[in-house]
Each structure stands twice: as C-alpha cells, then as structure tokens.
Design a protein around this ligand. Structure first.
Ligand code: KG4
Ligand code: ZN
Length: 366
C-alpha cells in the first residue's frame, strides 16, 4: 500500500468541494480524497501485482475478488488519512468504466452504497477521463490541450476542450502501447508487469543493434499500430535461440526506440492539427501508465520544445492507475453541477469521443 503522491499533504487546509474517489477498473484497488483547490488529501493504492504475477497477466475474477476484499478498508484508510469526516465529503466518485467489468461493478456498488447511506451525490467517472484530466490536478493546465493517452488498454491522441469534451485525432488500430510493452516483455522472458521491466532492461541496451519496424511513420493520419512491432520482437528472439541478458537489453532498447519514434511521429502530426484548430492551445500532455516511461517522456519533452508547446506529464505515481485522478475528474464534473443517477450501469466500453469513427484496435472491447 502506498501513499505515493508528492503533493499529498494532510496538514493543508482543505477547500471544498471535497470528493472521495474510488478506482477498481483493473488490478489496482484505490481510494483517494481530493479538494477543489487541487490538494490531494489522501491517496491510497493497493497493487494486486502479487495476486496476478503467477498467471503472467491480470485475471479478471481474481481482480474482482481482491477489489471486494480490500476496498472497504482502503476507503476507511483514505478518509482517515485525509483528516475528513463524512460531513466534510461533498460527493462520491467511482470509475464507471471502461475496464474489467467485475472490478468496475465492485467500485460502483460501493460508491453508490456510500452515497445513498450518507445522502451524497454519486458520480460515475470515465477511467480514461481520470487519466486525461490529471494534468489539471497536478499542473493546472488550461483547456484546450493536446493529450497523448498511453495505457495498457489504449493509445490515443485527443484534443481536450473541457470535462466530457474530447475530439479524438488518432487511435491504435490493433494493440495498445502498454499492451505491446507487456507482450514484448513476456516474449523476452521479463517478469510481469512488463512495461517497467522492459524500460529497466533497455537502460542497459544498445538500441542500434536490431532494426525493428517503426509502425505507421509518415502516414497521413494520427493512428498507431503496435502488433507488427511485437511480431518483429518475436522473430528476432527466434533468431537468437538462447538470448543472453545483453541480447534482451539490446532488444528492449530497440523496441523502446521504435515505440518512441512512432509516438513522436504520430504526435507531431497531431500537433499540426491541434495548432490549426486551436492556435491558442499551449500544452502537450501525456498521461496513462506508459507515461511513467522516462525515455518516452524525454522524447516527448523534446518534441513539445521543438513545437513551442509546454510539456506536461503527471508525476509517475499519478500516471499509473490511482483514485486521486477519479476523485478529480468527478470533482470537475461536480462543480459544473453534473452528477450521475444511482441507476448508472457500469460500462465495459466508454469512448471519450463518442463521435469518433470506431476502429478495430484496443479500447473497442475494453
Ligand atoms: O494506466 P495504467 O496503469 O492501466 C490502464 O488503464 O491500462 O497502465 C498500465 C500500463 C501497463 O501496460 C504497463 O506495462 C504500462 O502501463 N507501464 C509502462 C511503464 N509503467 C507502466 N510501460 C512502459 N514503461 C513504463 N515505465
Ligand atoms: Zn488506467
């Protein structure tokens, strides 16, 4: 269990509205309390890594049971750490989707129960919107901004114009970028979770040793594709037969560089579109679990600089799944007078831009 947020300051005077947030959409059980002055009063995250590691990936039923077992204790802990009583809480927000449906149901039922028992408004939050609005919690970024959302289930470029107001410029047509990290890491024999392990291996590697594809580069849209890259990793591994630690480090570095080249090329194109539509826009933002990757952050920082944009990435503990982002996204809607009904049904699929053309890639099912 962590209290990993650098902004966490229980001594800070809380300013309303104060929202309790709950996150249970994947393999992190989390609860947080956030106020309207962007103070994170409590942020507790229980990772289920050890529960899923033996299976090499997240097992939905195991995740749902673990959420059920731990969520009540985590909510109590978040409240205690925040220094708030129930009387201080103005609303209860929970991830309403997209995600593994068993876990989402656990979080939504808990939040609805608490809201009903305490007579508080309930807010169902889109998990992706939690990631998307985090830079406003951490850095007070003004709308509109260009967002590269890179997680285990998604890889999208979006213009963020306001809470609930998203224009998708591009998306993956197959695997999500975090999924590509995880699958390639697994092929290389790196333990779960693959993304951080692959980054650590790449730090000791020579990226120039393997010529991997740079998917979608130069295409006249802002879409992504990562499944070919994963296949190329598999082919190189087959050629190596018994790869050494150095082989894996070099292949990891080459993989990470290809991902970086691809993200930079696609984002450069999106910056052009963003500029045309919003000349007043000032920020490129990266969010989602893969935004924890320091190499990719450096590449995107350089890209933003070349284009005269500010670069904003949340602190690493707020890139991966947490409940502070859910409380904050709920708060952004709450202060606009928007709440959800207790009849809200958890949504396994919930696109940020409902008008965007459906594509076959990640996020269609999840
Ligand atoms: O946002 P997140 O915590 O959960 C989803 O909503 O998907 O993202 C998890 C993803 C996983 O695929 C994980 O491997 C990846 O983020 N990830 C990383 C790093 N840390 C987490 N990928 C690359 N480098 C990292 N340092
Ligand atoms: Zn996430």
């Amino acid at each position: 269990m962590t209290n990993s947020n650098p902004k966490l300051d229980p001594a800070a005077p809380a300013k309303g509205p104060i929202v309790l947030g709950i996150e249970t959409s994947c393999d992190e059980t989390a609860a947080a309390v956030v106020d309207g002055e962007r103070n994170i009063l409590a942020n507790v995250v229980l990772s289920q890594l050890d529960d899923h590691a033996p299976y090499g990936g997240v097992v939905p039923e195991v995740a749902a049971r673990a959420h059920l077992a731990h969520l009540p204790g985590l909510v109590a802990q978040a409240l205690e750490k925040s220094g708030c009583d129930w009387e201080d809480i103005d609303a209860v927000a929970a991830t309403g989707g997209p995600g593994l449906i068993g876990g989402v149901i656990v979080g939504v039922m808990m939040a609805k129960g608490l809201a009903a028992a305490r007579g508080l408004p309930f807010l169902a939050v889109n998990h992706l919107e939690g990631h998307a609005l985090t830079p406003r919690l951490t850095d007070d970024v003004a709308f509109p901004y260009l967002l590269l959302l890179v997680s285990g289930g998604h890889c999208q470029l979006l213009i963020v114009s306001g809470p609930g107001d998203y224009t998708r410029l591009g998306t993956t047509i197959d695997d999500a970028v975090g999924e590509a990290f995880d699958k390639s890491a697994k092929l290389m024999g790196l333990s779960y979770p693959g993304g951080p392990r692959l980054e650590a291996a790449a730090a000791k590697g020579d990226a120039s040793r393997f010529a991997l594809p740079r998917p979608m580069i130069g295409r006249d849209d802002c879409d992504f594709s990562f499944s070919g890259l994963k296949t190329a990793v598999r082919r190189e591994l087959e050629k190596l037969e018994n790869p050494t630690e150095q082989d894996i480090a070099d292949l990891s570095a080459a993989f990470q560089k290809s991902v970086g080249d691809s993200l930079v090329d696609r984002t450069r194109r999106a910056i052009r579109l963003f500029r045309q539509r919003h000349p007043e826009g000032q920020s490129l933002v990266v969010a989602g679990g893969v935004a924890a990757n320091k190499y990719l952050r450096a590449r995107l920082t350089a890209l933003a600089g070349e284009n005269g944009l500010d670069f904003v990435a949340p602190p690493i503990g707020l890139c991966t799944d947490n409940a502070a982002m859910i409380a904050w996204a709920g708060l952004e809607h709450f202060r606009r007078g928007e709440t959800s009904g207790l009849d809200f049904a958890p949504r396994p699929r919930w696109p940020l831009d409902p008008d965007a053309e459906p594509k076959p890639g990640a996020g269609v099912k999840a």
